[in-house]
Design a binder for this molecule. Structure first.
Ligand SMILES: NC(=O)c1ccc[n+]([C@@H]2O[C@H](COP(=O)([O-])OP(=O)(O)OC[C@H]3O[C@@H](n4cnc5c(N)ncnc54)[C@H](OP(=O)(O)O)[C@@H]3O)[C@@H](O)[C@H]2O)c1
Length: 261
């Protein structure tokens, strides 16, 4: 049976821009009450002004106590753990702080969100947890080592949690977006971005948001949001060796973020 979004309360982390903002809007349009979470409260307040059913919450998802405090204030039927950051570059040269920050937001932050809101869902015997990873949780790329590591870890959680929650009434909808037009690359030194990444065709965040809303309405284990992501996903399942060889060939010579010597 389809989930009635009009009587649902939805949490979206990383809702101040990109996929999260589009997802918050899409759920609000579908009639849900939306709790929009992020650090840039002015962005979230502006989003809340667009729709009376959106409420803004300034919470840093890396702050476990703050995420749990929010969960004690609001019950959510759906939790979209979307907040994320990216830093590309040569793995051997990447400062530890950049690796740690990606793990803290993309993995720790997602863990805090799923645990804080998932426990209540399990108790009530109803809910949908929506971990957002990436298509690079399926296949690593040069310059993406730390980012991919954080997203591979999210995929592991999504797969295990799906099995753990079977029969509890709580579903897990794992979202693996492909290249999407957002601010994700805007926070890093452009020199660290490989040429192929810069040239990649990107889908609008609304396309990902609509796929998330549809998959929450009728829970589906895996959400792929565009053609290239679908190709990579299924290619890796059917012929992993071939995909790895194609990726290695296509990315040969990637020199992102290497120091000039
Ligand atoms: N864009 C792509 O091509 C792509 C592809 C695959 C997967 N993804 C994934 O999709 C998700 C959304 O990214 P996006 O592309 O929409 O990028 P974005 O526009 O940069 O949005 C990232 C969001 O995460 C929030 N965020 C970052 N650190 C946070 C923290 N410590 N606490 C709370 N919120 C935090 C940001 O809000 P504040 O700065 O206000 O906190 C922002 O709202 C990420 O998990 C990303 O890895 C993106």
């Amino acid at each position: 049976m389809a989930r009635d979004l009009e009587s649902s309360s939805v949490l979206v982390t990383g809702a101040s821009s990109g996929i999260g903002a589009a997802t918050a809007r899409a759920f609000a349009r579908a009639g849900a009450d939306v709790h929009a979470v992020g650090r840039r409260i002015e962005r979230l307040d502006a989003l809340a002004l667009e729709h009376p059913s959106i409420r803004a919450h300034r919470v840093d998802v890396t702050d476990r106590a703050a995420v749990f405090a929010l969960a004690s204030e609001i019950d959510c039927d759906v939790a979209v753990a979307n907040a994320g950051v990216m830093q590309l570059g040569s793995f051997l040269d990447m400062p530890w702080e950049d690796i740690e920050r990606q793990m803290k937001v993309n993995f720790d932050g997602l863990v805090h969100t799923l645990q804080a809101f998932g426990r209540g869902m399990r108790e009530r015997g109803d809910g949908v947890l929506v971990p957002v990873s990436s298509i690079v949780s399926i296949q690593a790329f040069p310059a993406y080592a730390a980012y991919c590591a954080s997203k591979f870890a999210v995929r592991a959680v999504a797969e295990a949690l799906t099995m753990e929650l079977k029969g509890t009434g709580v579903s897990v909808v794992h979202v693996l977006p492909g290249a999407t037009r957002t601010e994700l690359h805007g926070h890093m030194d452009p020199a660290a971005i490989p040429e192929a990444t810069r040239r990649r065709k990107r889908v609008p965040p609304e396309q990902v948001a609509d796929a998330i809303v549809a998959a929450v309405r009728r829970p589906r284990a895996t959400v792929l949001c565009d053609g290239p992501a679908r190709m990579l996903y299924w290619g890796k399942r059917v012929a992993p060796g071939l995909v790895e060889a194609v990726v290695a060939r296509a990315t040969r010579g990637t020199r992102a973020g290497e120091p000039d010597t």
